[in-house]
Design a protein around this ligand. Structure first.
Ligand code: NAD
Ligand code: ZN
Length: 377
């Protein structure tokens, strides 16, 4: 089958690889109909991680069940399904508590499992024609048959729940003001989720015009950090108090306003200043140990100069980590079906698998309006 295979930093290729097969009675094989490229894939694409050439990318997958292991009870050939990016067992302590991003069975000692992701277990990615789904009764979310809402549903694998998770970590509540740093796919979904949760005033900080325009289209106040200090710009609009809540949807690739220079701690420290005393911060942005690249040894290990002193002075609470997709995706699916949510506005390009090398390059450079790419194998 065809699949998107990592070659070397800044290069993927569409190659022929072996098709997956059932390895365990609880597996299914899914014929992939949609699979998205994620900002998290860029950490591997840019060579910041230990990802080896040959790995098949893709953790945002949906499709149709093609083959069913003999132990699977709830799925049949032909079912349309979307898979949370987390591979999880459903029966360990963390899964039972809803923390499926931290499954203790599939990848002990690390942050759970994922498809096509370095250090997150041996699960091949879904930017391919077929995908093996382990513990399939747990790791598939059934969708209505047909092809309606295809582009909304594929976002249930990651960025819609992840944006929602950012708001959950910050406990965004009705009537509150929220600052979201990053208007990438995750940041836009966090801002959108803040609106769904009844926030009264939402800011989204970035400097890429197309992304800020998408934020503005949904009624969010765009803040262009290349035009000045985003903390001050938000304080000026919140009586000098700052917002009630904040979300970091940037991660360790954070850049400063004046150059393309990376400054991994800038967003966390800005968020601490932006959010009022006793406010909460949600950090879905990724700060993980990474191998080559990165600005300093400390930054590579995710050890940043973040001001805990200022957090103490302001009595703030912070939450972070992988999204527990399973915890939210049934509810978010039903909001899509009911017409109460339409996250696909974030998708800028729908392309074929063969377009992946070019799409990765443009999404990585954030040029030509490449905000979110969905591939259709
Ligand atoms: P992305 O790289 O497309 O978006 C990041 C955005 O941040 C870009 O638009 C960039 O211009 C902007 N940015 C850079 N520096 C900034 C600054 N100083 N202030 C404000 N904005 C700035 O990526 P994405 O797909 O939106 O993902 C965002 C982050 O979320 C990544 O770190 C990704 O790995 C992480 N992520 C986490 C989870 C999870 O489960 N926690 C899931 C998916 C993605
Ligand atoms: Zn993702």
């Amino acid at each position: 089958m065809k699949a998107v295979v990592y070659q070397e930093p800044y290069r993927v290729a569409v190659n022929d690889v072996e098709s997956p097969r059932i390895q365990h009675p609880s597996d299914v094989i899914v014929r992939v109909t949609s699979t998205a490229i994620c900002g998290s894939d860029l950490h591997m694409y840019e060579g910041r991680t230990a990802a080896e050439p040959g790995i098949v990318f893709g953790h945002e997958n949906m499709g149709v069940v093609e083959e069913v292991g003999e132990g699977v009870v709830s799925l049949a050939k032909g079912d349309r399904v979307v898979m949370p990016f987390n591979v999880a067992c459903g029966f360990c302590k963390n899964c039972l508590a809803g923390n499926t991003g931290f499954c203790l069975t599939v990848n002990p000692g690390f942050a759970g499992g994922a498809y096509g992701y370095v250090s997150m277990g041996p699960y091949t990615g879904g930017q391919a024609e077929y995908l093996r789904v382990p513990h399939a009764d747990f790791n598939c979310l059934k969708l209505p048959a047909g092809n309606e809402h295809e582009t909304d549903f594929v976002l249930l694998a990651d960025i819609f729940p992840t944006g929602y998770h950012g708001c959950e970590l910050a406990q965004v509540s009705p009537g509150e003001s929220v600052a979201v740093y990053g208007a990438g796919p995750v940041g836009l979904m966090a801002a959108y989720s803040a609106l769904l949760r009844g926030a009264s005033q939402v800011f989204c900080v970035d400097r890429i015009p197309e992304r800020l325009a998408k934020a503005e289209e949904m009624g969010v106040i765009p803040i262009d950090f290349s035009q000045g200090d985003p903390v001050q710009m938000i304080k000026d609009r919140t009586n000098g108090e700052g917002t009630d809540k904040g979300v970091d949807a940037v991660g360790y690739q954070a850049q400063t306003g004046d150059a393309t220079k990376e400054e991994p701690a800038v967003v966390l420290n800005s968020l601490i200043e932006t959010v009022r005393p006793t406010g909460r911060l949600g950090v879905p942005g990724l700060y993980v140990p990474a191998d080559p690249g990165g600005p300093s040894e400390e930054a590579k290990k995710g050890m940043l100069l973040v001001s805990i002193g200022r957090m103490f002075e302001k009595g703030q609470v912070v939450g972070t980590g992988q999204c527990n997709v399973k915890r939210y995706n049934r509810q978010l699916r039903d909001m899509i079906i009911a017409g109460r949510a339409k996250p696909s506005f974030v998708v800028s390009h729908e392309l074929s698998l063969d377009d992946a090398p070019d799409a990765y390059s443009k999404f990585d450079q954030r040029i030509e309006g490449y905000t979110k790419v969905v591939l259709h194998p």
